[in-house]
Design a protein around this ligand. Structure first.
Ligand code: SAH
Length: 234
């Protein structure tokens, strides 16, 4: 009821109208890419993947008209789709190659998995909420993305039956990089993971596995939902 008038696209408030407002779709998408670049996403392969994968397909309901804003948004099961610039920066830090097999922890909306799938050979993505897995699988099928396998499982333990992985991306915050995930990384592999107390600002860490151990590099402050043990209810 309160979305009338010729409003601008973004008001930052709780506007619940889905009426088109502000710039048209093509212009919103252009701004989306411009904003990614201005926030440090400069890798041309990552930008091309994020141009190709339409974030609008992964955001539903009240928030659909905000899909091209650089902001995290609520999805089902009380979770969030990450901020696009953070998706871009994490993907860039992960540097997935075209022949890589990547494990993502925290499917959520499926957006990050789809971006990864545009850049590598195969993505395994795991999620603890059954409805999110089902919705993401349906979406991958509708978008004809065939190199993603989504599984309902507690990602703290990784996916031992498909290990080791060239790259691992964790999209929920852990207190420390989980041991099973470190173990499932190939030598020469890279893991990107937000580390810190849940409900606080966390630090994004890039872990590289070498012949002799692991190297840790702190990247930037981020804020993710926590990595929670066990499967979700429903
Ligand atoms: N990558 C997602 C955003 C994820 S939000 C996207 O692109 O939309 C983090 C997700 O991690 C949530 O969906 C949450 O349910 C999931 N999660 C939290 N702990 C988990 C665990 N132990 N195993 C698997 N998924 C987990």
């Amino acid at each position: 009821m309160n979305g009338g008038g010729a409003g601008e696209g973004s008001d930052g408030g709780g506007r619940d109208s889905r009426a088109p407002a502000g710039p048209d779709l093509a212009e919103r998408k252009m701004r989306f890419l411009f904003q990614l670049r201005s926030r440090g996403v400069t890798d041309p392969r990552v930008l091309a993947a994020m141009e190709q994968i339409d974030r609008g397909a992964f955001v539903r309901g009240h928030f659909a008209d905000r899909a091209y804003e650089d902001t995290p948004l609520p999805i089902a099961c009380g979770q969030t789709i990450s901020q696009p610039s953070v998706v871009g920066l994490m993907t860039q830090a992960l540097a997935p190659g075209p022949r890589d097999t990547v494990l993502e922890i925290g499917t959520g909306s499926g957006y990050q998995a789809a971006v990864l799938a545009a850049l590598c050979r195969r993505v395994y993505t795991v999620e603890r909420h059954r409805p999110l897995v089902a919705e993401a699988e349906a979406l991958f099928e509708r978008l004809r993305i065939s190199n993603i396998t989504a599984r309902l499982t507690d990602g703290s333990f990784g996916l031992p039956e498909q290990a080791p992985f060239d790259r691992i991306l964790v999209t929920a915050a852990a207190e420390d990089p989980p041991g099973p995930l470190l173990a499932q990384l190939k030598i020469g592999g890279i893991m990107v993971v937000p580390v810190g107390q849940s409900d606080a600002v966390q630090t994004l860490i890039r872990v590289s596995r070498t012949e002799t151990g692991y190297e840790y590099e702190e990247m930037r402050q981020v804020r993710f939902v926590p990595l929670v043990e066990g499967l979700g209810q429903g």
